[in-house]
Structures are given as C-alpha cells and as structure tokens.
Design a binder for this molecule. Structure first.
Ligand code: NAD
Ligand code: USQ
Length: 370
C-alpha cells in the first residue's frame, strides 16, 4: 500500500529537481495527482542539448509553462515552477526558502554517458553540473530545510561489471581476520557514471557529518513512454529520445524496429543492462512516498538498486524482434563497432531485493513479450 500524502494535516511538499526531463516530468505529475504539493526546479538545459546537437524528442513536447498550465486546467492542481540552475546557489536557496520542501527528489543532472565522452568540455561540464549541483542541494538542505529527505537518482552503472555479485550499496568484507560493512566498490565506465559515484560519496559524507537523511536510488536503464498522467493530454506528453546520445538501448531498439532500421547492437552484445519501465520509476515512488512519510533517520544513507529485470543487449534485441514479428514487422539486427569502452561479455548478478521487500510487484517485459 502507498503511504499517504496527507499523513499530517497539510500535504507533503516535494521538490522535483529536473522535473522537465523524462523521469522528472512523469514523476512530478504522478506526485501531484496523488495529492502532494509539487514544485519543479529545472534550468531547461536538456532542451538546449537538443538544439546544440541537432536532436529532438520523437514525441513533440510543449514548453514547461504550457505543460504546467495544461495540468492545472485539467486537474485544478498547481505545480509550482522554479526555472533556474541548481549550480547557482543563490537561485537554489531562494527556491528552498520559498517552497520549504519536506522531500527533494533529485533528477536534475546531465545523464548521458555518450554526451559526457564527446570531448573535454562536455566531460568537465557533466562533472561540474552534476557534482556541484548535488553539493548545492546538500548545502541547501543543511541551511534551509534540515528535515528535508533527499531522494537522489543514482545509477546501476556506478558499480561497473565486477566478477562477483553486486550488493545494494554496501558489502560485508572480512580482511585479515576483521569484518566490516563497507561501501560497495565503484568502477564506473564514463565521466557521467563517475559523476554519480562522486555524488554518492558526497551524500554519504554529509549524512555522517551533518545528519542529512538520504536515499540513493541506483536505477537501471529506463524504457517506455506513457504514464496515466502524461497520457491525459497531448500537452502533457513526455519526451522520448531515440538518438545515439540520449536514446537508451530499449527505447532506441523499439524505434529502429518501427522504422525498419536494423537494431544497432554494439559489439558482441553480451553487455548486461538492468532495465525498468518508466511506470515503475513512478511505482517506486511508493518507495519515495515511504521515504517521505517515514524518512530515514538523521544521518542515515539508504541505497536501493532500482530495476526490475536484467538482459544482455542481444537478449533485448531478441525481445524486440519477437514483439515486432507479432506486429508483422521483419526486424533485423546488426552488430556495429562498439563506440564505448566496456566489457562486451561479463558476469553480472545484481541484487535488488530491497524493492521486492517493500512490496514491488512489477509487470515484467519478459512476460509481456511472450
Ligand atoms: P533528462 O535529461 O530527461 O532530465 C534531466 C533534467 O534535469 C532536464 O530537464 C534538465 O534540464 C535538468 N537539469 C540538468 N542539469 C540541471 C541543473 N544544473 N539545474 C537544473 N536542472 C537541471 O534525464 P532523465 O532520463 O529524466 O534522468 C533523470 C535522472 O535519472 C538523472 O539523474 C539520471 O542520471 C537518472 N537515471 C536515468 C535513467 C534513464 O534511463 N533515463 C536511468 C537511470 C538513472
Ligand atoms: N547499446 C547498444 N546499442 C545502442 C545503444 C546502447 O548496444 O544502440 C548498449 C550500450 O553499449 C550499453 C547498453 O546498451 O552497453 C546500455 O546503454 P544505454 O545507452 O541504454 O544506457 P547507459 O549508457 O548505461 O545510460 C542509461 C541512462 C543513464 C543511466 C543508465 C543506467 O542514459 O542516465 O544512468 O542508463 S545504468 O545503465 O544502469 O547505468
């Protein structure tokens, strides 16, 4: 069952940082629909990357102002809007002081691994934007909203591909006869993924040093488009990226299948992705709701691995081929030289039991495709 948005007399206030993006927009609407008071903080830079690189969302998206107006017209619910850069501490401070969030869900980062690897300036931008932005959020919580629970989007890619099972955030190790539970080793494979590692360290440190309450959601690759709320009107439509920089594997494969382009499996295709549907990102807001209604203790740093299934890239291509056949499409797959430096065949077994313990019962892609 979901925790209530109204566990005390007034609705809980949730700041959705990065609320104009793919996960953030769907999340902001879902929380608003469930009775939370929502504010979006976003500098709209994701739209700028598209202009700079000549890319676009497959689905047309209207301005954030129109999106929020349409939501109000349809539901009567207000989503507050703070347009600005979280790397600008003055702006962020004003947003925190004026909205006074009970929880901040932080999606507001440059999230593409390929983008972060284009050149020096994009690598520096990505790490500056992500690390300083998150540091500012931590300082804003410390200065203005000490009780505010931080729910931070991390990534499964922080762990890399070790030849042992991946635990949820921590691993118990016995070394020279002594035992301790320590942060799980991180071996990220892009400047983007590394920025998330740096974020996790800063968050863990501030939990210890200042008593911040935080939950790090190490999320797998997200797929899908519609949610109950974004489907309500074309002006609420979410973005859908299918290009080589921002398009994620399964979303890309679906578009390639639909237009008759061969599925672009990079290299041997044995690389494993953990995936999760956009709806379950929201469903996992039920974790966020628990986190809001029942926040971590001061100083607690919780880590969840947030995904529902894991497949190799080859297996994903097979699933899309089978689903395409059902629609009468003859889907071809092509192995293209891998533009990334990554293991193309490796052991992979990542735990994600904390989600299941919290009651998540996902609809599985494997089930849908059969
Ligand atoms: P997105 O790029 O669609 O959205 C990110 C939003 O953050 C954009 O609207 C952007 O304008 C905003 N933003 C970026 N820097 C900002 C700044 N300095 N100040 C204010 N706003 C800023 O990304 P997404 O796919 O929605 O991903 C959201 C989060 O979830 C990211 O942190 C990402 O790392 C994580 N995540 C995404 C996926 C996925 O497959 N999409 C998977 C795992 C984790
Ligand atoms: N891949 C292909 N063909 C393609 C595109 C990708 O084979 O056309 C392969 C890549 O080589 C990679 C895998 O698919 O091995 C996943 O790539 P991706 O682009 O779908 O996902 P990734 O770069 O890992 O990044 C995405 C999001 C990022 C998030 C991450 C979660 O962009 O924000 O952090 O998924 S995770 O993968 O768990 O780290």
């Amino acid at each position: 069952q979901e925790a209530s948005a109204h566990s005390s007399s007034k609705p809980k206030k949730v700041m959705v940082i990065g609320g104009d993006g793919y996960c953030g927009w769907a999340t902001a609407l879902h929380l608003s629909n469930k009775g939370y008071e929502v504010a979006i903080v976003d500098n709209l830079v994701r739209r700028l990357y598209d202009h700079q690189l000549g890319l676009d969302s497959l689905t047309p998206i209207t301005s954030i102002q129109n999106r929020v107006r349409r939501w109000k017209a349809l539901t009567g619910k207000t989503i507050q809007l703070y347009v600005g850069d979280i790397c600008d501490f003055e702006f962020l401070s004003e947003a925190f002081k004026s909205f006074e969030p009970d929880a901040a869900v932080h999606f507001g980062e440059q999230r593409s691994a390929p983008y972060s690897m284009i050149d020096r300036s994009r690598a520096v931008y990505t790490q500056h934007n992500n690390v300083i932005g998150t540091l500012n959020v931590l300082f804003a919580i410390k200065e203005y909203s000490e009780e505010c629970h931080l729910v931070k989007l991390g990534t499964m890619g922080e762990y890399g591909t070790p030849n042992i099972d991946i635990e949820e955030g921590f691993i118990t190790i016995t070394h020279n006869g002594r035992t301790d539970t320590l942060p799980y080793p991180k071996q990220a494979s892009s400047f983007y993924h590394l920025s998330k590692v740096h974020d996790s360290h800063n968050i863990a440190f501030t939990c210890k040093a200042w008593g911040i309450r935080a939950t790090d959601l190490n999320q797998g690759v997200v797929y899908g488009l519609k949610t109950d709320e974004t489907a309500m009107h074309e002006e609420l439509s979410n973005r859908f990226d299918y290009d080589a920089v921002f398009g994620t594997a399964l979303n890309r494969f679906c578009v390639q299948a639909a237009v008759g382009h061969p599925l672009t499996v990079y290299g041997k295709g044995g690389q494993v992705c953990e995936i999760i549907h956009l709806k379950f990102v929201l469903c996992n807001l039920f974790i966020i709701k628990l986190a809001i209604a029942n926040p971590a203790k001061p100083g607690e740093f919780r880590v969840f691995n947030q995904f529902t299934e894991q497949f190799s890239v080859n297996e994903l291509a097979k699933l899309v081929t089978a689903a395409g056949a059902k629609l009468g499409l003859d889907v071809q797959t092509k192995s293209v030289p891998n533009p990334r430096v990554e293991a193309e065949e490796h052991y992979y077994n990542a735990k994600h039991t904390k989600l299941i313990e919290l009651g998540l019962v996902p609809h599985l892609l494997s089930g849908l495709a059969t």
